[in-house]
Design a protein around this ligand. Structure first.
Ligand code: PLP
Length: 403
């Protein structure tokens, strides 16, 4: 008698931590040193947690051993309210804020509470694949709208509009974007909000990289632009505050909540079913949002993240047959392999071959629900020397690689 996984999991994929990861682990166990450029975990690349966050958690730890309110502790939710007020979002109160064990848990709750079997959610291609996985697991259908590489990876609004049906419930907007690094203009976001407004859709705005911006990029909070659209905005401490392991994030509901009483009741029930998020990590939220925003030192000219982004982008574009749109935010680059120069038919095999030959782990573009096997994602988190070594090895590998 075999124990089988549930049929709910068929069609659910999450390649960032997929089969290639197991091969990388096996290589490491066999004594090889693998450059893991697959997960956006700043701690792995020598980024330290802001001291005020650590101090606050240490200080609060002795009194953080009980469950909290299932939405989260009040001081943290107040800090989140203040942050979104400062970003121009109207009418947000503490009960509109739900803290979670990272944005990941909240994405799952927000989708589970909304989606019925067969309901559709518009998700970008490429996407952060958790969104597609969670919609699929909820019995829904992730319908991918195209982001256009030739237009700085902006969503194609015509494509988005053409894919709205009477089963569509929500639009996911990831800004700044993982994996492309795109940061959307005011006009583009207005265009998306207008579709949501006209078709009565919820906007799920994943803004976890809202403070990781380069050059002249400005982040516009979608919820601030449309007080008349129901928005669920997600962010947290994993990226801008470099404490991914604490698992601390939040979601904020804004807009016409009076038309969403049943949805919000469902969300609140799911929040209480997980009892509450990890309490010590909730204490980090107020310290983070209220304190010095040390991410600025990393993204401004001369900052480590900015220099790494610049160098990665330059080096990738120097590889024959590789082009990369300059990321304006986040922690990734998403280069294209010209099929005329690098005819790759199976990009999972490509990343596996790269791993086996050069001991470098990246993620294949199809892992982000990109429809063609002609992209991969690389982190811009490693120090410049390591990026130079890694991209040099990718160039050498590509030179002789044929599928
Ligand atoms: N959303 C996006 C776009 C991400 O890239 C990530 C992590 O990489 C998450 C959400 C999940 O973050 P968390 O660590 O808060 O679960």
């Amino acid at each position: 008698m075999e124990f089988k996984q549930s049929s709910k999991l068929s069609g659910v994929c999450y390649e960032i931590r997929g089969p290639v990861v197991e091969r990388a682990k096996a290589l490491e166990e066999a004594g090889h040193s693998v450059m893991r450029l697959n997960t956006g975990n700043p701690a792995l690349f020598g980024f330290e947690a802001p001291p005020e966050i650590l101090q606050d958690i240490i200080l609060q730890l002795p009194s953080a051993h009980g469950y909290s309110d299932s939405r989260g502790i009040l001081p943290a939710r107040r800090a989140v309210v203040q942050y979104y007020q400062s970003r121009g979002v109207e009418g947000v109160e503490v009960d509109d804020v739900y803290l979670g064990n990272g944005v990941s848990e909240l994405v799952s709750m927000a989708v589970q509470a909304l989606v019925d079997d067969g309901d559709e959610v518009l998700v970008p291609a490429p996407d952060f694949p958790l969104w597609t996985a969670v919609v699929t697991l909820a019995g829904g259908k992730a319908v991918h709208y195209v982001c256009d590489e030739s237009a700085d990876w902006y969503p194609d609004l015509d494509d988005m509009a053409a894919k709205i049906t009477d089963r569509t419930k929500a639009i996911v907007l990831i800004n700044p974007n993982n994996p492309t690094g795109a940061v959307y203009s005011h006009e583009l976001i207005e265009g998306v909000l207008d579709l949501a407004r006209r078709h009565h859709l919820i906007v799920f705005a994943d803004e976890i990289y809202d403070k990781i911006l380069y050059d002249d990029a400005v982040h516009h909070c979608a919820a601030a632009l449309a007080p008349d659209v129901l928005c669920v905005t997600f962010s947290g401490l994993s990226k801008a505050y470099r404490v991914a392991g604490f698992r601390s994030g939040w979601l904020v509901v804004s807009g016409p909540k009076q038309h969403a009483a049943s949805y919000l009741e469902g969300l609140t029930m799911l929040a209480s079913m997980r009892l509450c998020p990890n309490v010590p990590a909730q204490h980090a939220v107020q310290a983070a949002l209220g304190g010095k925003q040390s991410i600025n030192d990393l993204v401004l000219p001369g900052g480590r993240l900015r220099e790494q982004r610049d160098r990665a982008w330059e080096l990738l574009n120097e590889i024959p047959g590789v082009t990369c749109v300059k990321p304006k935010g986040a922690l990734y680059a998403f280069p294209r392999l010209d099929p005329a120069v690098h005819p790759i038919h199976d990009d999972e095999k490509f990343v596996l071959d790269l791993l086996l030959r050069e001991k470098i782990q990246v993620v294949q573009g199809t892992g982000f629900n990109w429809p063609k096997p002609d992209h991969f994602r690389i982190l811009t988190l490693p120090a410049v020397d390591d990026l130079e070594a890694a991209i040099g090895r990718i160039a050498r590998f590509l030179e002789g690689y044929r599928q």
